[in-house]
Write a protein that binds this ligand. Structure first.
Ligand code: G2I
Length: 451
């Protein structure tokens, strides 16, 4: 009973907030975009993980409320938090997040129903038949409490092993119930809340590899047998050991082609400055390039509360200031920044447009070689760039592509052809073929200038 009352009052509140937001938007056509509004313009949500115990911090709540359109409780919906003893459900912290989100008109992602980690010890002590019942009861209890209030649930999280085997990870569920536990969890989940999208979620599945192949085969099998699955979550925790894979978009697309939505569920990228911004741009562009990529969630609001302490992997620094990565994401989403913010995107001509140019030899043969210059925008979007390439005296250029060259002796000044406009941190490049004429020396690339 009390659940129904809660739900009705939540729906009513959300409706009022949405109406207020529309009015505000109508009156402030010149206001800066936010991550949420820019993503909405692309038909996507832009979310963040949230911890209930930070909601009382004014800057945290203000940043959350301003920027994001979806929230995922970072820990509060996990099994240890919601059913610490068998049948003893507690939703206090999770309710706090859901109530907060709804009061701001944000959607909620549910994370997570069945996972080997953050599992109370009583679960691991059950025999197979009891465990099966407990798993289904947990799904019904948790999903039932939030029925109709969660846009997507991570039904099963991280059930596959890392490494090349593509095997299932050992867990009480896998070890006692066998491979069928995943399918059973999805069937139970569908019945518990038919309105929620049901996702399988994992990490190190972001590119094409043995682990993602195993998940892919499972999803394909589920779709062919009518097991209810709607989406696959790609956690996307990146750093220098685990960079954004070059086949990220292709991997998202192949899952989408199976007939499921894909979502970027726990995005964070260690690093800083323009390199981090460029990586974020790549991720956002990959999602936008895949029709069924319905939204992105970063794994936290601010660097200071990230689980990767020290890795500064998020979009806001510890003072809640927007990082270059923020500008890059906003810009990649097609949003424009605050005209009063000198470091925001959409401020061309503010004198801070920068770029870098790096050279690599991409092909080599006896009499010639191909060179490639990569142009990367700094922390501001740019609308044009200029790079110079000085060739060793004997050499001459016989072809150039993706740029407009003008030659002065052996100095070649290259400007964009079609590729002048770059988001903050984004890259393009031009290539050229050189006749060596007896000299194998490398050309020198001068400073890149941008406007
Ligand atoms: O590990 C990163 C993520 C990988 N994918 C699944 C996610 O659920 C997972 O999130 C992290 C949270 O960000 C951390 O906050 O999951 C961790 C646990 O596996 C969370 O850390 C735990 C700490 O280990 C506990 O000591 C702490 O009590 O957070 C708990 C609540 O603050």
């Amino acid at each position: 009973m009390s659940m129904t009352v809660r739900r009705l009052s939540r729906a009513a509140t959300a409706g009022l907030v949405a109406a207020a937001a529309l009015t505000a938007a109508a009156h402030s056509a010149e206001a800066a975009d936010t991550l949420g509004s820019a993503a909405a313009g692309q038909g996507r949500y832009f979310g963040t993980a949230v911890a209930a115990n930070h909601l009382g911090e004014a800057d945290y709540a203000a940043t959350l409320d301003r920027e994001f359109s979806s929230v995922t409780p970072e820990n509060e919906m996990k099994w240890d938090a919601t059913e610490p003893s068998r049948g003893g459900f507690t939703f206090t912290s999770a309710d706090r997040i859901v109530d907060h989100a709804q009061s701001q008109g944000m959607d909620v992602r549910g994370h997570t129903l069945v996972w080997h980690s953050q599992l109370p010890s009583w679960v691991g002590q059950l025999g197979a038949s009891d465990l099966r019942t407990a798993m289904n009861d947990h799904i019904k209890g948790l999903m039932g409490h939030y029925k109709g209030e969660i846009h997507s649930w991570d039904v099963v999280n991280e059930a596959f092993q890392d490494g090349g085997s593509g095997a299932r990870r050992s867990s009480p569920f896998q070890d006692k119930l066998g491979d069928g536990f995943i399918e059973e969890a999805f069937r139970t989940a569908r019945a518990a809340d038919p309105a929620a999208k049901l996702c399988y979620n994992d990490y190190n599945t972001d590119g094409v590899n043995a682990k993602s192949n195993a998940v892919y085969n499972m999803v394909k099998d589920f779709k062919s047998r009518g097991v209810p699955i709607d989406c696959v979550g790609f956690q996307s925790h990146f750093n220098s050991n685990s960079p954004v894979p070059s086949d990220y978009r292709q991997n998202l697309q192949r899952f989408a082609d199976l007939g499921v939505d894909v979502q970027i569920t726990e995005l964070d990228i260690e690093g800083s400055g323009s390199a981090q911004a460029a990586d974020y741009t790549e991720v956002v562009e990959a999602c936008l390039a895949v029709d069924r990529c319905t939204g992105m969630t970063v794994w936290g609001v601010t660097d200071k509360y990230s689980w990767r302490s020290g890795g500064t992997p998020l979009l806001f620094d510890g003072n809640y200031d927007e990082k270059p990565a923020y500008d890059a994401v906003l810009s990649a989403l097609g949003g424009s920044g605050d005209p009063g913010d000198p470091d925001g995107p959409g401020d061309p001509g503010d004198g801070t447009a920068t770029c870098t140019a790096t050279y690599t030899r991409t092909a080599d043969w006896n009499s010639g070689y191909n060179g490639q210059v990569t142009i990367t925008a700094g922390s501001e979007p740019i609308s044009s760039w200029t790079a110079t390439v000085t060739l060793p005296a004997q050499q001459s250029v016989s072809a150039l592509w993706n740029g407009t060259p003008s030659l002065n002796g052996n100095v070649m000044t290259v400007r964009p052809s079609w590729n002048g406009t770059l988001a903050a941190g984004a890259s393009t490049g031009f290539g050229f073929t050189v006749a060596k004429n007896g000299s194998d020396a490398a050309p020198t690339v001068g400073t890149c200038t941008a406007s």
